[in-house]
Write a protein of this length. Structure first.
Length: 251
């Protein structure tokens, strides 16, 4: 996965217009940020800037890319833990880390399927354990970690765990539900909103898991000031409005 993403990034850079005076910033962002970051990159380009090169994957995979030396200017994680790891290794620029947005954790089902509203504990566990439950890998991916925390808090994890289908990121988990490979999946509310092939089946209480925070930071080795300017744009009222339109909670 990491090697493939590095190759994609280099290939993108090679086909960029040679005449560009300022290199486009490279942004590695959590998979759940896809639509919002594309919207922001388009707005930035319309303002006359080089359009950022975007790469999406699980925060864990992206953080490991940065550790491996992949080219990047900005990193947007779906949790604090992977950003903490890079910060401990001095791989993000001091003073550039801040909270970009916040999210909610939900259960999605196939379009036309049943709602899980009001189900808790064993009742919820029985429904989710009846068939495969798609979720991002809880051992590494933020969405999976949040999902495990929520199910544990509700007393359902022990029953549901054997039926979990672990996906490499939250969008891969969403795709399993879209294709009918799993009747339910745990994703972010913004993922559910981005797909017409699933329905919102239930929302986890905020106190059932750690707060879903998306931190952003400039990669320490970056020397492209367009990256810093794009970071500031994302944190500006205009950038925050773009995120809000895609369903993220902003400051």
């Amino acid at each position: 996965m990491i090697r493939r993403l590095i190759v994609i990034l280099f290939a993108t850079l090679l086909v960029a217009p040679a005449a560009a005076k300022t290199p486009a910033p490279i942004v590695l962002a959590a998979a759940s940020m896809q639509e919002a970051m594309i919207d922001a990159a388009d707005a930035w380009a319309r303002a006359g800037h080089p359009r950022p090169v975007l790469a999406f994957a699980a925060s864990s995979a992206l953080a490991r890319q940065i550790e491996a030396g992949a080219p990047a200017d900005l990193f947007v994680s779906a949790d604090s833990e992977w950003m903490d790891q890079l910060q401990r290794r001095h791989l993000i620029a001091p003073g550039s880390r801040t909270v970009l947005a916040r999210g909610r954790l939900v259960v999605v089902g196939q379009a036309g399927g049943r709602s899980l509203g009001g189900l808790r504990g064993e009742a919820l566990a029985r429904v989710l354990a009846a068939g495969p439950l798609a979720m991002a890998d809880p051992s590494a991916v933020p969405a999976g970690r949040y999902g495990q925390q929520a199910l544990t808090h509700m007393g359902a994890w022990a029953i549901v765990q054997p039926h979990v289908v672990r996906a490499e990121n939250v969008r891969a988990a969403l795709a399993l539900v879209e294709r009918g490979a799993a009747p339910f999946g745990i994703v972010y509310a913004t993922d559910a909103r981005a797909s017409a092939k699933v329905r919102l089946a239930g929302v986890f209480p905020p106190n059932s898991h750690a707060p879903i925070i998306y931190p952003i930071a400039r990669v320490a080795r970056s020397r492209n000031m367009e990256g810093e300017q794009f970071r500031r744009f994302l944190l500006s009222p205009a950038g925050q409005a773009i995120l809000a339109r895609r369903g993220f909670a902003t400051r």
